[in-house]
Design a protein around this ligand. Structure first.
Ligand code: PGA
Length: 238
């Protein structure tokens, strides 16, 4: 079954947890990463039916890092996963592959599942460098164990733009990522889930998620309401 993960980014106030309560009633395999401020309330209304996660974590367990949140703190709130390496973090906060790897290791140490994001920019794709970029991101940011790991391929140019790669391009790069994961982790790499992210909507989910080596979606804009996220899950389920 496809895994559908919502990334709310910097959206949502207290009223929004009603959407998570509605997702919990939808009976699909939905995970949601609300902003930090809503995690504890989201965990309560999700009542175990929707998994709640963070959008980022610090690589250290605790210490003098004003404004930061550790993986242990997320776990303490009842979060069960965390997104690391989202392109908005890489761009806005200058996070490197080494930073992403350190965060992934910290998250696993705290018992969180990790959704590790990779993806090329438009310029890199146009230059024919998409595979090289993705390979370099994997080489630099993967932790040493595949345990608890999920990969999200998100071409930067498809995020929030309404544009998506063709189904053939999605199949090609997901196949490429699979090969790299098997090289890195052996048979465990074969079993890792690879999500596609970038402008996934109810009307394109079936096509994009129907491609080989696509095990679900990481959804931004279309994840803010239960109706939209459940419609994506329903489309993916066929
Ligand atoms: P989008 O965002 O669905 O709004 O394109 C996806 C993401 O950034 O995870």
């Amino acid at each position: 079954m496809a895994l559908i993960v919502g990334n709310w980014k910097m959206n949502g106030l207290g009223d929004s947890v009603a959407e998570i309560a509605a997702m919990a009633a939808a009976r699909s395999d939905l995970w949601v990463a609300p902003p930090f401020t809503l995690i504890d309330r989201a965990v309560i209304v999700a009542a175990g039916a929707v998994r709640i996660g963070g959008q980022d974590c610090h690589a250290k367990v605790s210490g003098a890092h004003t404004g930061c949140v550790s993986a242990a703190m997320l776990a303490d709130l009842g979060a069960s996963f965390v997104i690391v390496g989202h392109s908005e973090r890489r761009t806005d906060n200058g996070e490197t592959d080494a930073d992403v790897r350190a965060k992934a290791i910290a998250a696993r140490a705290a018992g969180l599942q990790v959704i590790l994001c990779i993806g090329e920019t438009e310029g890199q794709r146009d230059a024919g460098e998409a595979e090289a970029i993705v390979a370099a991101q994997l080489a630099g940011s993967l932790p040493d164990s595949a345990d608890g790991l999920i990969i999200a391929y998100e071409p930067v140019w498809a995020i929030g733009t309404g544009r998506t790669p063709t189904p053939g391009d999605v199949a090609a790069i997901h196949g490429f990522i699979r090969t790299r994961l098997v090289e890195r982790f052996g048979p465990a790499g074969q079993g890792l889930r690879i999500l596609y992210g970038g402008s996934v909507k109810p009307d394109n989910a079936a096509l994009l998620l129907g491609q080989p080596n696509v095990g679900g979606a990481l959804v931004g804009g279309a994840s803010l309401t239960a109706a939209s996220l459940a419609a994506i899950a329903a489309a993916a389920a066929g």
